[in-house]
Write a protein that binds this ligand. Structure first.
Ligand SMILES: [Zn+2]
Length: 377
């Protein structure tokens, strides 16, 4: 991963490069943004730039001994920490170091992965993964040793908001009294879930979504999609690269979400309790994270219904059956009930996070949905 492989973010790249030139790089940087912004790829590209032996004005060289090790993400002065949870292979006392191979594999295969894809990679998609105290001990142990090869040691922490609260004081102490020549590059999607004491020790770079033009360039360049299709996908994705890559692969998961959601809404509308219960039975088989992402899909559909009702159809980036569905569904999901529905879905996500029983949750929400749709029709 080099700066040139990071989609868009030209302003931040320039800023980081300038800071290095002027020796003004803060020892703890927080890249704030979701997977579509490329916060993680940017952190990795910056780590390479810092460690490159022969860096140019705009990017690492790509061929020095340091860059060659970074091609495999195996540089002795680059350390990764990320959320993990016990899985089939490692059943207890887990920490990042046990999963380094999974991490390298996923990051090398697709640096624009989602958090859910990371959990899938570990086989823990229905568990809550955390960065735990043992990770913080490892950070401290690493910092106690001399750096091997580069003047700088870089510690990349992915999803800082998943830092276990009891482990936070350890990290805070390191950030407060940073060892020399150590750079912390932290990535987070949600600043609100990070302790203020930690935030106040970091230089925050808030990353915007890349534009459609940037996504188009990446699709035609890095991903080799032919220009006409790339233009269409860049538009449909609204500048979201993970969405664009899904569309490139005709993502089956999204189609399944759509089919399942449409079915569910039909049963809710007609208050077909027998079918609702059967549907719930099937749906709860999927893990908790999958259920959450299904609710997120529902929220997207409700937003689109609003756009449809406000005659902003040009902002709806869907094709085929999904688009037809929105046109009809928007007649029962409209200004009279959308707020209430969105609130109910957000609440359901929150309850899932707090380990509510999904069977009861989905059944209850189905009956609520029936009432709320009645209010809209
Ligand atoms: Zn290099």
């Amino acid at each position: 991963m080099m700066f040139k492989d990071v989609i868009g973010q030209d302003r931040i790249k320039q800023l980081l490069i300038r800071n290095v030139g002027q020796q003004r790089t803060g020892h703890a940087q927080l890249f704030l943004g979701n997977e579509d912004t490329g916060a993680l790829p940017l952190a990795v590209a910056f780590a390479r730039f810092i460690q490159c032996r022969n860096r140019g004005a705009e990017d690492a060289c790509g061929s020095c001994s340091s860059c060659i090790k970074l091609d495999k993400l195996a540089h002795p002065d680059l350390h990764f920490f990320f959320p993990s949870a016990p899985n089939q292979e490692h059943k207890k006392d887990v920490s990042s170091k046990l999963f380094m191979n999974n991490w390298r594999e996923l990051l090398l295969e697709n640096p624009y992965f989602t958090y859910f894809q990371w959990l899938q990679k570990l086989g823990v998609e229905n568990k809550q993964a955390i960065i735990n105290a043992e990770d913080c001990n490892d950070i401290i142990r690493n910092l106690g040793m001399k750096s091997y090869e580069s003047p700088y040691r870089v510690v990349v922490i992915y999803m800082l908001e998943k830092l276990f609260y009891a482990a936070a004081p350890k990290l805070l102490k390191v950030l407060e009294e940073p060892p020399e020549n150590t750079l912390f590059l932290m990535v987070s999607e949600n600043k609100e879930r990070i302790l203020n004491t930690i935030l106040s020790r970091t230089q925050i770079q808030k990353l915007p979504l890349p534009g459609e033009e940037d996504v188009y360039k990446a699709l035609t360049g890095r991903y080799g999609i032919e220009p006409v299709r790339a233009k269409q996908i860049a538009f449909l994705s609204g500048g979201r690269i993970t969405e664009a890559l899904k569309l490139c692969h005709h993502d089956e998961e999204q189609l399944a979400d759509f089919a399942s959601f449409r079915e569910w809404m039909r049963y809710c509308y007609t208050r077909d309790v027998a079918r609702i219960l059967k549907w719930v039975d099937q749906t709860v088989q999927a893990g908790r994270e999958k259920q959450k992402s299904f609710f997120q899909y529902g929220l997207k559909i409700f937003r689109l219904c609003l756009l449809q009702n406000y005659q902003l159809e040009q902002l709806i980036r869907l094709e085929g059956e999904e688009q037809d569905f929105i046109q009809k569904f928007a007649t029962v999901v409209n200004h009279r009930n959308t707020l209430q529905i969105v609130e109910a879905f957000n609440e359901a996500i929150l309850h899932l996070e707090r380990n509510a029983n999904p069977r009861i949750l989905f059944t209850d929400l189905s009956l609520q949905m029936h009432k709320m749709m009645q209010a809209g029709s």
